[in-house]
Write a protein of this length. Structure first.
Length: 223
């Protein structure tokens, strides 16, 4: 059963994240880390400053839902939160890139940062937009997908090089411009940069996963 974006986001962030040590199996001697505590949980309305209340109301009016996910910690700086919302509104809903490829770029960014909240929200959206489950699974595993069409390959190579090397080759740049134009190239850079910011916020805040989150495992070394 597929969930709408509103239903998925509405599930909340009540599920605490429990990080367990990796290993072939868990035995009596397995070390288990304590549950990660959300450092910046929701601020009750009565404890919000006037600026936070105003920003919360503006967010609700624009998104049709209360402040959620990464915007909860961002609310600590209301102006930053509103500016992040505005950029996110463009990059999610008005970008020049096709939605499937935009979501593909977000998944590549989430995987690079091992950001489980980003993955939990955007993996279902990517599949709904037409990205194949095989491609999503390969990204989750950290593998190059076996089958990519020309546009998917252009996005994959551009984003992967940008994240790993902080720039892109002439070949990858030209492929993106060929398919999407210079605006598309900038929109692709912007969506990567925006979701790097969101990943940083979520990692610092230790924002809890949504309920029924699609799993994304961190890359760890088994001992």
């Amino acid at each position: 059963m597929s969930l709408s974006r509103r239903a998925l986001l509405g599930t909340g962030v009540a599920l605490a994240v429990r990080v367990e040590a990796a290993g072939p199996e868990k035995g009596p001697g397995t070390a288990i880390a304590p549950a990660c505590v959300d450092r910046m949980p929701e601020i009750p309305p009565e404890r919000q400053t006037d600026a936070q209340k105003k920003a919360s109301a503006e967010f609700l009016g624009g998104r049709g839902m209360a402040v959620f996910g990464p915007f909860v910690p961002l609310l600590r700086s209301p102006e930053v939160m509103l500016r992040a919302k505005a950029m996110g509104d463009y990059l999610r809903f008005k970008t020049s890139l096709p939605q499937k490829l935009n979501e593909f770029a977000i998944l590549l960014t989430a995987r690079h940062w091992s950001q489980r909240y980003e993955w939990a929200i955007h993996q279902p959206l990517a599949l709904k937009a037409g990205l194949s489950p095989e491609i999503a699974a390969a990204v989750a595993d950290g593998r190059r997908p076996a089958r990519l069409d020309e546009t998917e390959q252009a996005v994959h190579d551009f984003v992967t090089e940008l994240l790993q090397h902080q720039s892109v080759s002439d070949t990858s740049y030209q492929a993106v411009v060929h398919h999407f134009g210079e605006q598309g190239a900038i929109d692709l850079v912007a969506v990567c940069g925006y979701y790097v910011l969101i990943a940083m916020v979520l990692n610092v805040a230790r924002t809890a996963l949504p309920k029924n989150a699609v799993p994304l495992e961190p890359f760890v070394c088994a001992t």
